[in-house]
Design a protein around this ligand. Structure first.
Ligand SMILES: Nc1ncnc2c1ncn2[C@@H]1O[C@H](COP(=O)(O)OP(=O)(O)OP(=O)(O)O)[C@@H](O)[C@H]1O
Length: 269
């Protein structure tokens, strides 16, 4: 991802309102994400995901690819949303024009919440005396992640890029937030909230244990590199996945094979 800029023209849909300027949130290699007032619910925002034309691609191929990608992402999101998986709702789309409008999810990415929790901990996790710390709020978040991934897989969808950046922590209502002030309460608040899975650009429909295991493996590797100090807690994600998803035992068995292949590959360089 490069630094967001506003130099590029947004899609036509975002230029129609004379009063509201869309905000460019991120700009990746393939697409851009804007925050804009919702045309459906006044006083609310939505996210507009836009895949602009790629000048380096043949125009016919580019139009076909863009349309297929937006349609596929919207279809997967719709399916998940209908089945109660925590994902943003699709509000509108024009696949041929390269955009879809989805529900805006308030809150921070899970990555930020976990890193706030970890705070100034020493890099080397082994020197920390965990018995002195109440890690329940962080462990509870790990369990909510496992439940969300279990729900996703139960629906017959694999995400393709599960990371703690592709999950948002939607804040709970104030009265359900952890009580109190001070460092401990602030840390607990950082990891409070519902886990909402985003970015289904690489997702596909699959019922295969192998595909599901690869999904978990991608998350495991991403987690270890993003939060090395919390790596020893990763098993809580898998434990709650096992409880949330009936077919988890087969997937977790496959995960052993996938890990083994990963280790062999890294040994061979
Ligand atoms: N529905 C949403 N509500 C709030 N913020 C969002 C939402 N969707 C995405 N974001 C924010 O925008 C960032 C980029 O979104 P997303 O990952 O979907 O786009 P991308 O990485 O450009 O997509 P792709 O990987 O498909 O090219 C996210 O990391 C998140 O911070």
């Amino acid at each position: 991802m490069t630094e967001p800029t506003t130099e590029f023209p947004p899609p036509k849909i975002l230029t129609l309102s004379p009063t509201h300027k869309p905000i460019l949130i991120t700009q990746g290699a393939e697409g851009r994400l804007y925050k804009t007032p919702s045309p459906i619910q006044p006083n609310q925002f939505c996210a507009l995901k836009y895949r602009p034309p790629k000048p380096y691609r043949h125009p016919i191929l580019d139009a076909r690819l863009t349309k297929a990608r937006i349609s596929s992402e919207a279809k997967v999101l719709d399916r998940c949303y209908r089945e109660g998986v925590p994902v943003p709702a699709v509000l509108a789309k024009d696949a041929a024009a390269g955009w879809m409008m989805i529900e805006w999810i308030e809150g921070e990415p899970v990555r930020v919440g976990i890193n706030t929790w970890l705070g100034e901990r020493p890099e080397d996790d082994a020197v920390v005396d965990h018995s002195q710390q109440d890690e329940t709020p962080l462990i509870d978040l790990m369990k909510r992640i496992g439940v969300a991934v279990g729900a996703l897989h139960r629906t017959g969808v694999v995400h393709g890029d599960l990371t703690t950046s592709n999950m948002m922590l939607r804040p709970w209502a104030d009265d359900t937030l952890p009580n109190g002030h001070g460092d401990k309460a602030e840390k607990a608040k950082a990891v409070a909230g519902d886990v909402v899975v985003i970015d289904f650009g690489l997702a596909m429909q699959s019922q295969s244990d192998e595909d599901r295991a690869v999904d978990l493996y991608v998350l495991e590797r991403a987690f270890a590199s993003t939060h090395p100090r919390a790596e020893r807690l990763f098993h809580h994600i898998l434990d709650s996945y096992r409880v949330a998803f009936k077919k988890a035992p087969g997937v977790l068995h496959k995960l052993e094979d996938v890990r083994m292949r990963g280790r062999k590959r890294s040994m061979l360089g």
